[in-house]
Design a protein. Structure first.
Ligand SMILES: Nc1ncnc2c1ncn2[C@@H]1O[C@H](COP(=O)(O)OP(=O)(O)OP(=O)(O)O)[C@@H](O)[C@H]1O
Ligand SMILES: O=C(O)C1=C[C@@H](O)[C@@H](O)[C@H](O)C1
Ligand SMILES: [Mg+2]
Length: 181
Protein backbone atom coordinates (compact mmCIF):
# COMPACT_ATOMS: atom_id res chain seq x y z
CA UNK A 1 0.00 0.00 0.00
CA UNK A 2 1.26 3.51 -0.80
CA UNK A 3 2.19 5.49 2.29
CA UNK A 4 0.33 8.79 2.67
CA UNK A 5 2.85 11.63 2.41
CA UNK A 6 0.56 14.39 3.65
CA UNK A 7 -1.72 13.82 6.63
CA UNK A 8 -4.21 16.44 7.76
CA UNK A 9 -4.83 16.12 11.51
CA UNK A 10 -7.02 19.12 12.12
CA UNK A 11 -9.05 20.95 9.49
CA UNK A 12 -9.52 24.61 10.13
CA UNK A 13 -11.75 27.07 8.33
CA UNK A 14 -10.14 30.08 9.92
CA UNK A 15 -7.48 32.06 8.11
CA UNK A 16 -3.96 31.19 9.09
CA UNK A 17 -1.86 34.09 10.35
CA UNK A 18 1.51 32.43 9.68
CA UNK A 19 3.00 29.20 8.36
CA UNK A 20 5.03 27.54 11.10
CA UNK A 21 7.33 24.65 10.18
CA UNK A 22 8.34 22.19 12.89
CA UNK A 23 10.27 18.93 12.64
CA UNK A 24 13.39 17.00 13.35
CA UNK A 25 16.76 18.30 12.18
CA UNK A 26 17.29 17.66 8.48
CA UNK A 27 13.61 17.39 7.55
CA UNK A 28 13.94 20.56 5.47
CA UNK A 29 12.40 23.34 7.56
CA UNK A 30 14.90 25.96 6.42
CA UNK A 31 14.93 24.78 2.79
CA UNK A 32 11.16 24.52 2.47
CA UNK A 33 10.64 27.67 4.52
CA UNK A 34 12.84 29.63 2.13
CA UNK A 35 10.84 28.45 -0.90
CA UNK A 36 7.48 29.08 0.77
CA UNK A 37 8.53 32.59 1.74
CA UNK A 38 9.61 33.31 -1.83
CA UNK A 39 6.34 32.05 -3.28
CA UNK A 40 4.14 33.94 -0.84
CA UNK A 41 6.36 37.04 -0.74
CA UNK A 42 6.48 36.61 3.03
CA UNK A 43 9.51 37.18 5.20
CA UNK A 44 11.24 34.00 6.35
CA UNK A 45 11.86 33.89 10.06
CA UNK A 46 14.45 31.20 10.74
CA UNK A 47 14.54 30.89 14.51
CA UNK A 48 18.01 29.36 14.75
CA UNK A 49 19.39 32.18 12.61
CA UNK A 50 17.72 34.88 14.70
CA UNK A 51 18.93 33.33 17.96
CA UNK A 52 22.49 33.08 16.63
CA UNK A 53 22.40 36.68 15.40
CA UNK A 54 21.12 37.95 18.72
CA UNK A 55 23.76 36.14 20.71
CA UNK A 56 26.49 36.94 18.21
CA UNK A 57 27.62 33.29 18.16
CA UNK A 58 26.41 30.11 16.43
CA UNK A 59 23.77 27.80 17.91
CA UNK A 60 26.57 25.30 18.33
CA UNK A 61 28.56 27.82 20.42
CA UNK A 62 25.51 28.74 22.52
CA UNK A 63 25.06 25.08 23.42
CA UNK A 64 28.76 24.71 24.18
CA UNK A 65 29.30 27.85 26.26
CA UNK A 66 25.90 28.50 27.84
CA UNK A 67 24.17 25.11 27.75
CA UNK A 68 20.96 23.74 26.30
CA UNK A 69 18.68 25.15 29.04
CA UNK A 70 19.83 28.68 28.21
CA UNK A 71 19.18 28.04 24.52
CA UNK A 72 15.68 26.65 25.21
CA UNK A 73 14.67 29.70 27.27
CA UNK A 74 15.91 32.01 24.57
CA UNK A 75 14.11 29.95 21.92
CA UNK A 76 10.79 30.25 23.79
CA UNK A 77 11.18 34.00 24.16
CA UNK A 78 12.05 34.50 20.48
CA UNK A 79 9.13 32.29 19.39
CA UNK A 80 6.67 34.27 21.48
CA UNK A 81 8.05 37.52 20.10
CA UNK A 82 7.96 36.38 16.46
CA UNK A 83 4.40 35.15 16.78
CA UNK A 84 3.18 38.63 17.67
CA UNK A 85 3.39 39.33 13.90
CA UNK A 86 1.47 37.79 11.01
CA UNK A 87 2.15 36.97 7.36
CA UNK A 88 5.44 35.16 7.91
CA UNK A 89 6.93 31.75 7.29
CA UNK A 90 8.54 30.61 10.51
CA UNK A 91 11.10 27.85 10.41
CA UNK A 92 11.56 26.67 13.99
CA UNK A 93 14.49 24.86 15.57
CA UNK A 94 14.04 21.09 15.81
CA UNK A 95 13.51 21.15 19.58
CA UNK A 96 11.08 24.04 19.70
CA UNK A 97 8.19 21.56 20.08
CA UNK A 98 9.49 20.17 23.37
CA UNK A 99 7.70 22.74 25.53
CA UNK A 100 3.94 22.59 25.90
CA UNK A 101 3.65 26.37 25.96
CA UNK A 102 5.55 26.68 22.67
CA UNK A 103 3.22 24.12 21.07
CA UNK A 104 0.13 25.94 22.31
CA UNK A 105 1.14 29.35 20.96
CA UNK A 106 2.16 27.88 17.62
CA UNK A 107 -1.25 26.22 17.17
CA UNK A 108 -2.89 29.50 18.05
CA UNK A 109 -0.83 31.67 15.70
CA UNK A 110 -0.60 29.82 12.41
CA UNK A 111 -0.82 26.71 10.29
CA UNK A 112 1.59 24.33 12.00
CA UNK A 113 3.22 21.94 9.55
CA UNK A 114 5.36 19.06 10.82
CA UNK A 115 7.97 17.89 8.35
CA UNK A 116 9.15 14.31 8.85
CA UNK A 117 11.62 12.01 7.12
CA UNK A 118 12.97 8.54 7.78
CA UNK A 119 16.33 7.97 9.47
CA UNK A 120 18.21 7.16 6.24
CA UNK A 121 17.12 10.37 4.54
CA UNK A 122 17.86 12.52 7.58
CA UNK A 123 21.32 11.00 8.00
CA UNK A 124 22.02 11.50 4.29
CA UNK A 125 20.96 15.14 4.49
CA UNK A 126 22.86 16.15 7.62
CA UNK A 127 26.03 14.11 7.01
CA UNK A 128 29.17 16.23 6.94
CA UNK A 129 27.47 19.29 8.45
CA UNK A 130 28.91 20.03 11.90
CA UNK A 131 26.47 22.77 12.85
CA UNK A 132 24.06 20.57 14.79
CA UNK A 133 25.37 20.14 18.35
CA UNK A 134 22.88 17.42 19.26
CA UNK A 135 24.14 15.26 16.37
CA UNK A 136 27.81 15.35 17.32
CA UNK A 137 29.42 11.90 17.32
CA UNK A 138 27.83 8.92 15.57
CA UNK A 139 25.24 10.75 13.44
CA UNK A 140 23.02 7.74 12.73
CA UNK A 141 22.94 6.71 16.39
CA UNK A 142 22.17 10.29 17.48
CA UNK A 143 19.37 10.68 14.89
CA UNK A 144 17.82 7.35 15.93
CA UNK A 145 17.99 8.22 19.63
CA UNK A 146 16.49 11.69 19.23
CA UNK A 147 13.77 10.40 16.92
CA UNK A 148 12.85 7.79 19.52
CA UNK A 149 12.80 10.41 22.29
CA UNK A 150 10.65 12.71 20.16
CA UNK A 151 8.43 9.99 18.73
CA UNK A 152 5.23 11.87 19.53
CA UNK A 153 6.57 15.40 19.82
CA UNK A 154 5.56 16.54 16.34
CA UNK A 155 2.06 15.01 16.34
CA UNK A 156 0.38 18.16 17.63
CA UNK A 157 0.76 19.86 14.23
CA UNK A 158 -2.21 20.63 11.98
CA UNK A 159 -0.54 18.83 9.06
CA UNK A 160 2.30 16.33 8.68
CA UNK A 161 4.29 15.98 5.45
CA UNK A 162 6.71 13.08 5.02
CA UNK A 163 9.49 14.66 2.99
CA UNK A 164 11.58 11.50 2.52
CA UNK A 165 10.70 10.99 -1.13
CA UNK A 166 9.59 14.50 -2.02
CA UNK A 167 11.56 17.36 -3.49
CA UNK A 168 11.42 20.61 -1.49
CA UNK A 169 9.15 22.02 -4.24
CA UNK A 170 6.71 19.12 -3.80
CA UNK A 171 6.67 19.70 -0.04
CA UNK A 172 5.83 23.35 -0.71
CA UNK A 173 2.83 22.32 -2.85
CA UNK A 174 1.44 20.14 -0.06
CA UNK A 175 1.80 22.97 2.45
CA UNK A 176 0.20 25.59 0.21
CA UNK A 177 -2.76 23.27 -0.43
CA UNK A 178 -3.58 23.49 3.31
CA UNK A 179 -2.88 27.17 3.83
CA UNK A 180 -5.79 29.60 4.01
CA UNK A 181 -5.10 33.30 3.62
N1 LIG B 1 12.91 17.33 0.43
C1 LIG B 1 14.24 17.30 0.39
N2 LIG B 1 14.87 16.44 -0.43
C2 LIG B 1 16.22 16.39 -0.46
N3 LIG B 1 17.06 17.13 0.30
C3 LIG B 1 16.49 18.00 1.13
C4 LIG B 1 15.07 18.13 1.23
N4 LIG B 1 14.80 19.07 2.17
C5 LIG B 1 15.99 19.51 2.62
N5 LIG B 1 17.01 18.87 2.00
C6 LIG B 1 18.45 19.06 2.24
O1 LIG B 1 18.69 18.56 3.56
C7 LIG B 1 19.61 19.39 4.26
C8 LIG B 1 18.99 19.87 5.57
O2 LIG B 1 17.87 20.71 5.27
P1 LIG B 1 17.47 21.94 6.22
O3 LIG B 1 18.68 22.65 6.68
O4 LIG B 1 16.44 22.69 5.46
O5 LIG B 1 16.83 21.16 7.43
P2 LIG B 1 16.25 21.76 8.79
O6 LIG B 1 14.98 21.00 9.06
O7 LIG B 1 16.15 23.22 8.69
O8 LIG B 1 17.35 21.32 9.86
P3 LIG B 1 17.66 22.00 11.31
O9 LIG B 1 16.54 21.64 12.23
O10 LIG B 1 18.93 21.37 11.74
O11 LIG B 1 17.79 23.49 11.10
C9 LIG B 1 19.97 20.53 3.30
O12 LIG B 1 21.21 20.21 2.68
C10 LIG B 1 18.85 20.52 2.26
O13 LIG B 1 19.31 20.93 1.00
O1 LIG C 1 16.44 19.44 17.44
C1 LIG C 1 17.01 20.23 18.22
O2 LIG C 1 16.89 20.13 19.46
C2 LIG C 1 17.78 21.35 17.66
C3 LIG C 1 17.64 21.66 16.32
C4 LIG C 1 18.30 22.80 15.68
O3 LIG C 1 17.39 23.41 14.77
C5 LIG C 1 18.79 23.82 16.72
O4 LIG C 1 17.70 24.58 17.24
C6 LIG C 1 19.53 23.15 17.82
O5 LIG C 1 20.66 22.54 17.25
C7 LIG C 1 18.66 22.11 18.55
MG1 LIG D 1 16.97 24.81 9.85
Amino acid sequence: MLKEVCILHQESEIQHANIILVGMMGTGKTTVGTLLAEQLSYPLVDMDTIIAEREGISVQEIFRTKGEAYFRDLESRVLDEMLQSTGQVISTGGGCVLRELNRAIMLDKGLVVALTADVDHIVGRVAGDNNRPLLAGDTRERVQTIMKERKDAYRFAHVTVDTSLLTPEEVVSHVLARYRV
